[in-house]
Structures are given as structure tokens and as C-alpha cells.
Design a protein around this ligand. Structure first.
Ligand code: PEP
Ligand code: MG
Length: 571
């Protein structure tokens, strides 16, 4: 009899294989008396050195198997191990003054660090706590001389099941045979989810009842539905085989649309760009056929670290992104934090309603010490390719002018210092209804618009993004949202500036025709969505797109919008 276990799908796809449960053997730190402090201190140094060597090896392996971005987690681990002030010296102190053994000192110090991260109470910090535990285990294994198991050297395909997967677990896995990941712990931004999406394999987190499942059992993992079907029956196997064959066929037919320009059947060209968070993601974007980067969320360079990246480090990241895009346009958005995005290195004031608070450009305008280094690094990187600067959360002309003045100040500084800079276009995100309503005026002073539907929806409908209680209200299909999009595109067209879109709605095939028909000329999305949208555009004429836009905008309620969208042909 089959059994279905449920969790939350964080990476789409289907896999059928046997389960491999990755148990984590509990490490036991002997509580007996320690050796002489001098001896324990030497033992600690040896353990630290071994762990550093191991992390260097894992880093190289991760870069080869998964790419630079995934390897960065090991740089973060190395930084912690080299942190004399809050990590290494306190452990030595515990050995010297409290007579602890090296493993006891490691356990005490790392548990305290995890507790500190956990007490900060947000999801990102909880993940930092998990990383700290990973590091503790590696150090203890080095000190206690214990080896761990893992999913290395596999001779068959498996779905890996674990309570939690840590970065060091995944890197040591034989990824050519891992066809799915399922864990009890972890969220959509946790390591498991990121790795699975990078590898394009299904993943489910938050799996309940997982302890009952044993290795060797056959199972079907559905990353879309968030289910793990253990011991599937013949009907379930047959259903899997059918959808798997259909998926493979679809993948193959889409492959041709990666390497072709984007145009309608009657030859009107559009642009499909990629959303990225680091230069490491350019490779995947180009592989999927991105014609540019429509949104580089620079805040990702600032996240998950204890300090702020300086001008030099940012310059390197932006330069790499434009160089790797080989002359294609790259739109880099200045720091957009606040709201749901918090930075450990930049504590912001506690606010009752952070989404309506001092976030994004409102914050950077108040912090020239943060904004100017970013603007300087962007101007410097612009000397290496086609770079545009985009300001997030612009609500009116004053903000746009103030941000542009700051950019000018950065340019003057660099010129006075004799540092080379490049020309940049300066655009804005239209993601606040006020900006959409003032688009006609803003278009006279901005070089381009990019509509951010993720925020535009929440501010138009007063329904917080990510709040499950109002998830039913949060939709791009509300006529008010569609009218604001149309008004923005019309204003851009009248002023002769390009209008793009980089919110999630840009990758929604149901909206593609109408968006193009409204005058949105560039759609920026998660790279894997590009081929499908390109194929769709190739089957439409410009007149069809315009007719669909007109019809869509004539609907007066969300239900009618949905009915119309679902009735479209070829989507
Ligand atoms: C948006 O708001 O649509 C957008 C693209 O920005 P973010 O999701 O980063 O807020
Ligand atoms: Mg936004």
C-alpha cells in the first residue's frame, strides 16, 4: 500500500527512485576531565587547521560541481573559523580559564553562537544558526577523529531524505545520482531549496512523518505538489511515467527556443531578460537564452554576512556581471532592503509597518555612507559593459531627483580622483501606485521604467506579499493592477522611453500577450521561464497582443479577468 507524506514543494519536478535516508550520527563529546590546558590548546589549533583544509577542499569541489555561488557558503564558514575575536579566542579562553577540553570548548562556543542567531528570530538568522551547527560538527569530527557517512559513491539513483541537509552534506553527495531531495527542516530560501533549484531537481521541505520511511523503499517525489509517495502502486507508477515522458518531450521542444531572438510571428522584436542576484547566475541566464539582465538585485551581495561589502567588492561583482554578459544590457538595482529583507550589518529602526517604512531608496538617500560607495562602484563597472542603474521604490519626482543628484556626486568624486567611469542609463522601478499614476512626469526624467509587480500588487490592493491570510487578495489579475501597468507603459511610450517589467508577473504566460500589447517591451524573469515565454511570443502577432490587451483592460472584476485569460488560445 502506498503512503503519501506531505511537505512544501520548493523546487518543481518529479522523480521516482529509491530512498536514501541520511542519518546524522549523534556526536558525543566526552564530559570527562580535560588534559593539560597547553595540550588542549594545541589540539584545538590542530582541529582548526584540519577543518580549514577540509573547507578549502569542499569549496573547490562545490565550485566545480555546483558553481561559484554555491561555493560561497564555504567562504562564509572559513570567515567564521578565522574570526579571532568572537570565535577562536573565546574557545581558547574557555580552555585556559574553565579547564574545558578542546571539544567541550568548541561545543560551548558554537552552541552559544547558534543560540544568538536563533534569538534574532528571523528566517535568515535561523539559517545562520544551522550553518553554525554544521561548522561545529565538522570541527568536532576533526577533534574526535570520527568520519561521517553520506551519499557519496552511489551506483544508482536515489531520493535523499534527511532531517536537514547542511551545505557540507550536499557537496559531498554524488550529485549525478541524486534525483530528488526531501527534508524535515528548512524553508524556501534554505540551502536544500537553493541547491535543488540550481540542479533542477525536485525538492520538498517541511516533510512530516519522515522518520517512518526507511532507506531502500521506492518513492515518487513531486516538487510541485510537495508530496513524497512511498511504495507507489502500479497506477501511481504509470501516472509518473506518463508525466515524466511528457515533461521530457516538452523540455526537448523548448530547447530550440533558448538560442533565438524574441519576436512575434509578424516580426515585431521584444526582449526577454533574466532576474539575477549575483554574477554567478549569469551563466544560467545565458544558457536559457537571456538577452540581458533586467534586474540584478544588488541586495543579495549584502545579505547573510556580518559586514557590508565595500566599494571594491561591489565593483568586482558588477564588473563581472557586465563582462560575463558580453555587451548585453545589465540593469543593476541599487540596494533594496527593509520590508521583508533585513541585513545583519545594517540594523534599521524597528517599525510597526516596515513595508510602508524607511526601505529601499528612502533608506539609501538617508545613508550616503552606504549609497555613495554603491553608486561609485556602479559607475566604475559601467566602463566594462552596458550597465544601467535602477532605483527601487521611487514614489515621486523629488526622490528620483535626489537619487540622481547622489549619482552625479559619485561621478564628480570619481572624476576628481581620476578614476575611469562609464556612461549609465538611469531608470526607476515602478512599484508604488503613486509612481504609476505620475508615470507621465517621471518619464521625462528617467531613461527607462521597469514595473515591479511584486510590490505594485501589494501596495495597490493593500494585501501584504507573503501574508497567507490575504493571499487570496494578492493577485496581478485585479483590474486595478492591470490598469496601473497599462498607464505606466502608455506614459513610457509617449515619452519615448523603454518600459520593462521585472516582477513575477513578467514570467506569467497567461499575461504575456496582453503585456506586450500594452507596450511593455522587455520582460525580465527567472531564467528557466525564458524559453517557454519566447515560444509563446513566436505564436502571436502584434495585433493579437493589442487586441488581448484591450479586451483584458475592459474587464471590470478579477473573476472576469481570469475567465478571459484562461480562454486565450496558445498559452
Ligand atoms: C518587485 O517588487 O516586483 C520586484 C521585482 O522587486 P522585489 O521582488 O525585489 O521587491
Ligand atoms: Mg520590489
Amino acid at each position: 500500500m502506498s503512503m503519501i507524506f506531505r511537505g512544501r514543494g520548493v523546487s518543481d519536478g518529479l522523480a521516482m527512485a529509491e530512498i536514501l535516508v541520511l542519518g546524522r550520527a549523534r556526536l558525543h563529546v566526552p564530559d570527562g576531565p580535560a588534559g593539560e590546558p597547553e595540550e588542549e590548546l594545541r589540539r584545538l589549533e590542530r582541529g582548526l587547521e584540519q577543518t580549514r583544509d577540509r573547507l578549502q577542499r569542499l569549496r573547490t569541489e562545490a565550485a566545480e560541481k555546483l558553481g561559484e555561488k554555491e561555493a560561497e557558503i564555504f567562504d562564509a564558514h572559513l570567515t567564521v573559523l578565522e574570526d579571532e575575536y568572537s570565535v577562536v579566542e573565546p574557545m581558547r579562553e574557555l580552555i585556559r580559564t574553565q579547564g574545558l577540553s578542546a571539544p567541550q570548548a568548541v561545543e560551548r562556543q558554537f552552541d552559544e553562537l547558534s543560540e544568538m542567531f536563533r534569538s534574532l528570530g528571523d528566517a535568515l538568522m535561523a539559517e545562520r544558526a544551522a550553518d553554525t551547527q554544521d561548522l561545529k560538527e565538522q570541527l568536532l569530527r576533526a577533534l574526535l577523529g570520527e568520519e561521517d557517512g553520506g551519499a557519496c559513491d552511489l551506483d544508482r539513483n536515489v531520493i535523499v531524505l534527511a532531517e536537514e541537509l547542511l551545505p557540507s552534506d550536499t557537496v559531498r553527495m554524488d550529485l549525478s545520482h541524486v534525483v530528488g531531495l526531501a527534508t524535515h527542516l528548512g524553508g524556501a530560501t534554505a540551502h536544500t531549496a537553493i541547491i535543488a533549484r540550481t540542479l533542477g531537481i525536485p525538492a520538498v521541505v517541511g516533510l512530516e512523518g519522515w522518520e517512518e520511511i526507511s532507506s531502500g523503499t521506492e518513492a515518487i517525489l513531486d516538487g510541485g505538489a510537495g508530496t513524497l509517495t512511498v511504495s507507489p502502486g502500479e497506477a501511481e507508477r504509470e501516472a509518473f511515467r506518463r508525466s515524466d515522458a511528457a515533461r521530457q518531450e516538452e523540455e526537448q521542444s523548448l530547447a530550440a527556443f533558448r538560442a533565438m531572438p524574441t519576436a512575434t510571428a509578424d516580426g515585431k522584436c521584444f526582449e526577454l531578460f533574466a532576474n539575477i542576484g549575483s554574477p554567478g547566475e549569469v551563466k544560467a541566464a545565458l544558457e536559457q537564452g537571456a538577452e540581458g539582465v533586467g534586474l540584478f538585485r544588488s541586495e543579495f551581495l549584502f545579505m547573510d554576512r556580518a559586514d557590508l561589502p565595500g566599494e571594491e567588492e561591489q565593483f568586482e561583482a558588477y564588473r563581472q556581471a557586465v563582462e560575463r554578459m558580453e555587451g548585453r544590457p545589465v540593469i543593476i538595482r541599487t540596494l533594496d532592503v527593509g520590508g521583508d529583507k533585513k541585513l545583519p550589518a545594517l540594523p534599521l529602526p524597528q517599525e510597526e509597518n516596515p513595508f510602508l517604512g524607511c526601505r529601499a531608496v528612502r533608506m539609501t538617500l538617508k545613508r550616503p555612507d552606504v549609497f555613495l560607495p554603491q553608486l561609485r562602484s556602479l559607475l566604475r563597472a559601467a566602463a566594462y559593459g552596458d550597465l544601467s542603474v535602477m532605483f527601487p521604490m521611487i514614489s515621486g519626482l523629488e526622490e528620483l531627483r535626489a537619487a540622481k543628484a547622489m549619482l552625479e556626486q559619485a561621478r564628480e568624486q570619481l572624476e576628481a580622483e581620476g578614476v575611469p567611469t562609464g556612461r549609465v542609463k538611469v531608470g526607476i522601478m515602478v512599484e508604488i501606485p503613486a509612481a504609476a499614476l505620475m508615470a507621465e512626469r517621471l518619464a521625462r526624467e528617467a531613461d527607462f521604467f521597469s514595473i515591479g509587480t511584486n510590490d505594485l500588487i501589494q501596495y495597490t490592493l493593500a494585501a501584504e506579499r507573503g501574508n497567507e491570510n490575504v493571499a487570496g487578495l494578492y493577485t496581478a489579475y485585479h483590474p486595478a493592477v492591470l490598469r496601473l501597468i497599462a498607464a505606466t507603459a502608455r506614459a513610457a511610450e509617449a515619452a519615448g522611453i523603454p518600459c520593462g517589467m521585472c516582477g513575477e508577473a513578467a514570467g506569467d504566460p497567461l499575461l504575456t500577450a496582453a503585456l506586450l500589447g500594452m507596450g511593455v517591451g522587455e520582460l525580465s524573469m527567472s531564467p528557466r521561464l525564458i524559453p517557454r515565454v519566447r515560444r509563446l511570443i513566436g505564436g502571436l502577432t502584434l495585433e493579437q497582443c493589442r487586441a488581448r490587451a484591450r479586451e483584458l483592460l475592459s474587464q471590470s472584476d478579477e473573476g472576469a479577468v481570469r475567465t478571459f485569460l484562461m480562454s486565450q488560445e496558445n498559452v
